[in-house]
Design a protein around this ligand. Structure first.
Ligand SMILES: C[S@@+](CC[C@H](N)C(=O)[O-])C[C@H]1O[C@@H](n2cnc3c(N)ncnc32)[C@H](O)[C@@H]1O
Length: 271
């Protein structure tokens, strides 16, 4: 059996009781290590579970999933995913591959940024499509996520923007030379995301967005150091929310109760 087990958002103790029981008895345990991170590393997880955990990078999951699934017909394999295994990270390829190989699978759910974002006071049913903001480079500035934010705003809906993560990336030079040398991991901050949106605004009109648009910056949700800041887009591009992970919400129409909650739970950094 393949078990896809959600780890929740912060530390080893966020795993569910059901998830922990499976991790303790599975024949092999993999930790998916490229779509999100916990506030702790693999060592702390191993200490908490009392057993070895193998890191699964994008290559292993997307190109060599048979290595993860080998012997899963007769044995239990635990595949650990930060947050919820199906929350903004579907891993459907792995599920489809398991299905094709005749391997049963089960998903053990947990908290996800997709629902924990409601801690800022905005109500989940007033969110539109979630978008992902990629790191821009000098010559590559894809902005299709902006069209989706525009559509959400047209309907008065909030947009949860998930921010890019680059783990185990090679520089073009090392890629071309075939050197297995990897760049340090990078996690997009609220400052970078808002700056990219402001840059896009200089090049095109974005319906419903201006530097004065209200946004919420969220950092390390679910951890004791979590931060929530409500402010304008232009101010958000100057607010340092510290260590990753960060998310950004572009706020749509605000219900009075949401406004009260925003005032209670979010700080305003700059006024
Ligand atoms: C691809 S999503 C993975 C979602 C994960 N499977 C889940 O269910 O939460 C990763 C992105 O979600 C956001 N994110 C995840 N956890 C977060 C947290 N604790 N605080 C703030 N943002 C978070 C970040 O923008 C991060 O780059």
């Amino acid at each position: 059996m393949l078990y896809l087990i959600g780890l929740g958002l912060h530390d080893p103790s966020d795993v569910t009781v059901k998830g922990l029981q499976i991790i303790k008895t599975a024949s092999r345990v993999f930790l998916e290590a490229y779509t999100s991170i916990l506030g702790v590393g693999k060592d702390e997880l191993e200490k908490f579970y009392g057993r070895e955990v193998m890191l699964a990078d994008r290559d292993l999951v997307e190109q060599n999933s048979d290595e993860i699934l080998r012997d899963a017909i007769d044995n239990d394999i635990a595949f650990l995913v930060v947050g919820d295994p199906l929350g903004a990270t579907t891993h459907s390829d792995l599920i489809v591959r398991a299905y094709e190989m005749g391997i049963k699978f089960e998903v053990i759910h947990n908290a996800s940024i997709m629902n924990a974002v409601s801690c800022c006071g905005l109500q989940l049913y007033r969110f539109g499509e979630t978008v992902s903001i990629p790191f821009w480079t000098e010559g590559w500035k894809p902005d299709s996520f902006i069209d989706k934010i525009e559509l959400n705003l047209e309907r008065g809906l909030h947009s949860l923007c998930l921010l890019d993560i680059k783990v185990k990336e090679q520089s073009i030079k090392n890629l071309m030379k075939g050197n297995k040398i990897f760049e340090p991991p990078r996690f997009m901050s609220v400052v970078q995301a808002s700056s990219q949106l402001l840059e896009a605004l200089q090049n095109r009109q974005i319906k419903g967005i201006s530097p004065k648009t209200v946004c919420v910056g969220l950092a390390r949700i679910g951890s004791p150091s979590q931060q929530l800041v409500v402010d304008t887009l232009e101010n958000m591009s100057k607010v340092d929310l510290g260590k990753p992970l960060h998310s950004l919400v572009i706020v749509g129409e605000v219900h009075p109760l949401e406004q009260t909650m925003l005032n209670i739970v979010c700080k305003t950094e700059t006024k």
